[in-house]
Design a protein. Structure first.
Length: 337
């Protein structure tokens, strides 16, 4: 696959951002998150991924983006890859990612993910990548009116998932046997935070892109313009007008909201992950177990909190009571094929 060409280049917090959204470019039909983060963003989550050698004329951030398009990143989906030269944006802010290993928790569902590309050498190139990540994090925090206490590590969400308690920074740095991430930044997390705070204080967090009026369009699909029910400057008004089977799209055609009754009672669904997280209720953070990639049925068609539906093993079980006897558990909608 040839080196990618970004659709748009902007500057965010002093970092060149090359936009190449997977919602627009998915030739290999890789699995994608589907849960909206519009109006729900609570922070920025920082990760590390390893530095790689790339061909002349490109950067590691482009290469990781290309690897994602080629389905070589398994089920990792992040908003930004950042290296020493630039950042590549893979997801719109309105769409959740798959990066925090907390299933339907706040890490995946409510934070913007930055993968900072570095090595263990912590050389001048690594420090430039880290600096770009700090600038980008500061810009995003400021964009959403958030302070430094809304800067998270991947490990933070693992500790929350595992039921641990503590302050934000205690959870950010507390040992977790599953993974310590961002591996190369965590050893000096306090210094990294100070750097982000300095960029927040300096007011570098601006977007150098022309401002345009946002309109939210309600359609069955972005390509089906004839099905449009209306275009609204207010997202809330667009949601109110969104009928069953319809979706709200932003001006760029990105999904912002889908009517909650997309899945009907008795509908057959296929799980695509070999170990899909299963929850005991609609708000649980820690999974009760996992399910194999297999066929299941929507128990009642009611969309629950955190984008979850109750599923069962046979069509005959759908709607049967007591629910505890027939419901297998709650599964996030983004696990359905």
């Amino acid at each position: 696959m040839a080196i990618l060409t970004p659709d748009k280049i902007t500057t965010l917090g002093g970092v060149n951002v090359k936009e190449y959204l997977l919602t627009r470019h998915n030739p290999n039909h890789i699995d994608m998150p589907s849960v909206s983060m519009a109006g729900k963003i609570i922070g920025v989550t920082v990760h590390n991924t390893d530095w790689i050698t790339v061909a002349r004329g490109t950067t590691p951030a482009e290469q990781y983006t290309r690897a994602t398009v080629n389905n070589n990143m398994r089920d990792v989906r992040v908003h930004y890859y950042v290296d020493s030269m630039c950042a590549w944006q893979n997801l719109p802010h309105s769409l959740s990612g798959w990066h925090a290993a907390d299933g339907s928790g706040n890490g995946n569902r409510r934070t913007i993910a930055i993968e900072c590309i570095m090595s263990s050498a912590y050389n001048s190139t690594d420090k430039k990548s880290e600096d770009n990540a700090a600038k980008l994090a500061a810009a995003l925090l400021k964009q959403y009116g958030l302070d430094i206490n809304h800067l998270y590590t991947h490990t933070h969400w693992l500790n929350v998932r595992d039921g641990r308690n503590g302050t934000v920074d205690q959870l950010n740095t507390m040992y977790n046997r599953y993974k310590m991430c961002p591996a190369y930044i965590l050893p000096h997390w306090a210094e990294f935070k100070k750097k982000v705070q300095s960029y927040l204080n300096a007011g570098t967090s601006t977007i150098s892109a022309p401002s345009t009026k946002q309109l939210y369009r309600v359609r069955k699909s972005w390509a089906d313009a004839k099905s449009q029910l209306g275009a609204y400057s207010s997202l809330e008004n667009a949601k109110k007008a969104c009928k069953t089977g319809y979706t709200v799209f932003d001006a760029a055609g990105n999904t912002v909201y889908t009517n909650g009754s997309k899945y009907a009672k008795g509908q057959k669904v296929q799980l695509y992950k070999s170990k899909t997280q299963l929850f005991a209720n609609d708000t649980a953070i820690t999974p009760a177990g996992t399910l194999p990639a297999d066929t299941y049925y929507i128990y009642d068609g009611i969309a629950c909190k955190n984008g979850r539906y109750r599923i069962t093993t046979t069509a005959e079980n759908c709607g049967m009571t007591p629910a505890g006897k027939y419901v297998t558990g709650y599964v996030s909608v983004d696990n359905f094929k």
